[in-house]
Design a protein around this ligand. Sequence first.
Ligand SMILES: Nc1ncnc2c1ncn2[C@@H]1O[C@H](COP(=O)(O)OP(=O)(O)OP(=O)(O)O)[C@@H](O)[C@H]1O
Length: 257
Amino acid sequence: MNDFFRLESLVMQFGGLTAVKDFSLSIEPGELVGLIGPNGAGKTTVFNMITGFLTPTSGRVLWQGEDITGLSVHQITARGIARTFQNIRLFSDMTVLENVMVSFHHKVRSRFWKAMLGLPSHGKEERRIRQESYRFLQELNLGHLADEKAGNLAYGQQRRLEIARALATYPKLLLLDEPAAGMNPQETMELADLVLEIRQKHALTIFLIEHDMKFVMGLCERIKVLDYGISIAEGTPEEIQSNPDVIKAYLGEPKHA
Ligand SMILES: Nc1ncnc2c1ncn2[C@@H]1O[C@H](COP(=O)(O)OP(=O)(O)OP(=O)(O)O)[C@@H](O)[C@H]1O
C-alpha cells in the first residue's frame, strides 16, 4: 500500500447509470501510468473524481496520506494535482503567454490580482510570473508563439499549451486527458519525448488517458484498462497487449483496435 496516491473503490453513478464501478489504483512517485478503454468506459469520469470536478458516489481519493475526496477543484490543484482536458479549455482571445500566466492565480498573492485589474504595486510580481510563464512555454516548444492569440494555434500546439498551463500550477501529479488527440504521428512522437522531459525536469508523476495505442504502449510503465466502468486489467504494456479480456474489449470497438 502506498501513501503517495491511491484510489480506493471509486464509484460514480449518474442517475441510473454507473459510469465507474469499484475502481482502485495505486501510483508510485515518479511513475507514468496509462488509463485506456473504449469510448464511454469511464476514463474521464475517473479523472473528474480525482480532480474535484465530480464527487464520487462512494470510495476515496487518497493523496500524500490525506483523504481529498470531495474537495473543490481549487483545493485539489493547490495540493499539487493538475490536469488537462479532453476538450481543450483555453482562453482563445488571450495570448498564449497570458493563458499560462492565468494559471498562477492559486499560488500568487493578491498583488497579482491587483496587477491584472490594473491597480498599483504589481510590477515585480508580474514580471516574475511573465518570465516563469515564458519558461513553461519554452519547455513545451511554444516560446516563439508567446504573443499569438491562443485561438490561432494549431490543434497540437493548443494541446501543448494546455500542458504548459497545468505545469504553471507546479503539480506533483499531472493528469493528461488524451494529450495526443488530433495530433499527427510526428507531433505524437514529439509529445512522447516532451512528456518524458517534463516528468524528469519537474519530478512529476503522470497519469494519462489516451486512445493512441502506440503512444500509450511506448510511453507508459503500467496500464490500467477500463471497460463499461469496470477495471478489467492492469499491467505492463506487454501484459496488457496480450491480455484476452483487453483484446475482447477492443475487438468490440474496431475503431480503437
Ligand atoms: N456528468 C455526467 N452526467 C451523466 N452521464 C455522464 C456524465 N459524465 C459522463 N457520463 C457518462 O458516463 C459514461 C462514462 O463517460 P466518460 O466520459 O468517463 O468515458 P470515457 O471513457 O472518458 O470516454 P471517451 O473515451 O469517449 O472520452 C458515459 O456513458 C457518459 O455518457
